[in-house]
Write a protein that binds this ligand. Structure first.
Ligand code: PMP
Length: 443
C-alpha cells in the first residue's frame, strides 16, 4: 500500500497538546515557574514598541552596541570558522581550551588544577545545574543566601529542599560565614556567587577565607560521623569585573585544604561580554569534573567548537586579554558611576533613595523606599512591585526588585537591582531628571 502525503499544509494550533500535557508533565515540569524578569522585560518591550525611550536596567545581559566583545576575540572567532572547526568538540572540551583555562586559573587565582579538573561547558548555567544534579539528591538540602540568582529555579528542576538566608545592605547583600554557619549542619551544597548578581556585592578576602575554613571544619566533622560531605558551588562568572579596592578570591586560593569540596563556575558570558557565545568552564576536583562531562554529554551542553578554539587563543593572548579586561571594567564603571552619582544627588536632596557604592559585576543595589506613598493618579504604593511599576511608567526607569531573586515578599523593603549592561551613560544621565520628577510627584 502506498502512503499518501497530504496536498495541503497541516496546521498545528497554538494550544496543541495542552490538555494532554496538563496530565502528562512530570512533577518537576509542573513545579517549574517562569522567570519574573522576563515578565518585566515584556512590559518594557511593549513600551519601547510604542516608541517610548526607557532606561532599561532590567536585563542581566549586554547590548552589543554598548558592550561589543573584544576586536581580537572577534577576529579569532572568524578564524576558527574559516579553519573549519565545525564538528563535535570532545565531550570535556578542546584540549587547547582546557589547557588555556588551566593556565588562566594559575595566573589569576594561583591554582594549578590537573587537566581533568577542567570541563568546558556551554556557558555558566550547565556548571550550576550539573553541580546541583550530581551532588544533591532530590529532597536533600541546598543552602544559599538571598538575594541570589536562579537558585530557586534549580530548586524546582532538581527537586531539592532549599534554605535561603536573607542578607542585608550592611554586607552589600553578601553572606558571612557566621551568618550561614548555623544552617550548614544538614546541607549538602552551599552556593556562593561573587561578584554577585543581583547586588553587585563583592565578598571580602576575609569572608572568602572564613568560608574556606568552614568547609574544611564541617567536612572534618562529617568524615568522623560518616555524613555525606558539604560542597561549595562557587560561581565566579563576574570574576574580572571588580572596582577600587575590591578583589576577587577563590576559597581554594586562601584555604587550599578546601579544594576537594569546591566547584568553580566561570566562563566568557560576563567578563568577556559574550553571553551569546555560550562558553564556560567548571574547575574543581577531577572526579567531579569528569562526572559533569558524563552528564552533559547526554544533554549535549557543549560549547560550540569554533567558540572554544577562539576562546583558547584569546585566553592565551596576554596583552589582548589584559587590555580587554581594563576596557570592560571601564565601560561598566562609567555607567555605574553615572547611576550612583545621580542617585547620590537625589539622596542628598532628601528623597527616600539609597544605594550601595559600586563594588563589582554589572549591577547596583538601589533602594526606593516608597511604600505608603501615593501617586498623582491616587494609587497607594504598597509593594515593591507597585514601586517598580510606578518608576517604569512615570520615569521610564526600569529595575528588577529583589523579590525576583528569591527574597520573600515580606522581606521586601524597596531594594532592587539596576543592571548597566544594556544602557549608555547618556541614557542613565537622561533618566535622572525624569526620576526626580516622578519622586517629587508622590505625596
Ligand atoms: N551565574 C550568575 C551569577 C549569572 O548572573 C549568570 C547569568 N545571568 C549565570 C551564572 C549564567 O551565565 P550563562 O548565561 O553563561 O549561562
Amino acid at each position: 500500500m502506498s502512503v499518501q502525503t497530504p496536498s495541503r499544509l497541516i496546521s498545528i494550533s497554538e494550544d496543541c497538546g495542552a490538555e494532554a500535557a496538563a496530565r502528562g508533565f512530570s512533577a518537576m515540569a509542573q513545579s517549574m515557574v517562569g522567570s519574573s524578569i522576563l515578565v518585566i522585560a515584556n512590559e518594557i518591550r511593549a513600551l519601547q514598541a510604542q516608541g517610548v525611550d526607557v532606561a532599561n536596567m532590567t536585563v542581566g545581559d549586554f547590548d552589543p552596541r554598548e558592550f561589543p566583545i573584544a576586536q581580537r576575540y572577534k577576529e579569532l572567532l572568524k578564524q576558527a570558522i574559516e579553519e573549519g572547526d565545525t564538528n563535535y568538540p570532545p565531550p570535556a572540551g578542546l584540549t587547547e581550551l582546557r589547557k588555556a583555562v588551566q593556565r588562566h586559573v594559575a595566573r589569576t587565582q594561583q591554582l594549578d588544577y590537573p587537566l581533568d579538573g577542567v570541563a568546558i561547558v556551554s556557558g555558566g548555567r550547565p556548571s550550576l545545574y550539573s553541580t546541583y544534579r550530581l551532588l544533591v539528591d532530590p529532597g536533600e538540602l541546598v543552602l544559599f543566601p538571598v538575594p541570589s540568582w536562579n537558585n530557586h529555579n534549580y530548586r524546582d528542576t532538581c527537586q531539592v529542599r532549599v534554605r535561603a538566608v536573607q542578607c542585608g545592605p550592611e554586607t552589600a547583600f553578601q553572606p558571612t560565614a557566621d551568618l550561614l554557619r548555623p544552617h550548614i549542619s544538614d546541607a549538602r551544597l552551599l552556593v556562593l556567587n561573587t561578584p554577585q548578581n543581583p547586588s553587585g556585592g563583592v565578598m571580602t578576602a576575609e569572608e572568602v577565607e572564613a568560608f574556606g575554613h568552614l568547609l574544611v571544619e564541617e567536612n572534618a566533622r562529617r568524615d568522623r560521623s560518616g555524613q555525606k560531605p558539604l560542597y561549595l558551588l562557587f560561581d565566579q562568572i563576574y570574576r574580572p569585573i571588580v572596582f577600587d579596592h575590591h578583589r576577587h578570591y577563590s576559597p581554594v586560593t586562601l584555604v587550599p585544604e578546601c579544594a576537594p569540596y569546591v566547584i568553580h563556575a566561570d566562563g566568557v558570558s560576563k567578563g568577556f561580554a559574550g553571553t551569546g557565545l555560550r562558553c564556560g568552564w567548571l574547575v574543581g576536583p577531577p572526579v567531579i569534573a569528569r562526572k559533569v562531562v558524563a552528564l552533559l554529554t547526554h544533554v549535549g551542553a557543549w560549547a560550540p567548537k569554533p567558540i572554544q578554539m577562539a576562546t583558547a587563543r584569546f585566553l592565551d593572548d596576554q596583552p589582548a586579554l589584559a587590555e580587554w579586561e581594563l576596557e570592560m571594567v571601564r565601560r561598566v564603571r562609567i555607567r555605574l558611576d553615572a547611576l550612583s552619582e545621580g542617585l547620590r544627588r537625589l539622596k542628598e536632596d532628601g528623597f527616600p533613595v539609597d544605594f550601595i557604592e559600586p563594588q563589582g559585576a554589572i549591577y547596583l543595589s538601589v533602594r526606593f523606599d516608597l511604600a505608603g506613598r501615593t501617586t498623582p493618579g491616587g494609587e497607594l504604593l504598597r509593594s515593591n512591585e507597585d514601586i517598580r511599576s510606578y518608576l517604569l511608567q512615570a520615569a521610564r526607569f526600569a529595575l528588577v526588585p529583589f523579590s525576583a531573586f528569591g527574597v520573600a515578599e515580606a522581606a521586601e523593603d524597596g531594594w532592587s537591582r539596576a543592571s548597566v549592561g544594556a544602557v549608555s551613560v547618556e541614557q542613565v544621565r537622561q533618566a535622572m531628571p525624569r526620576l526626580r520628577a516622578a519622586l517629587e510627584a508622590l505625596t
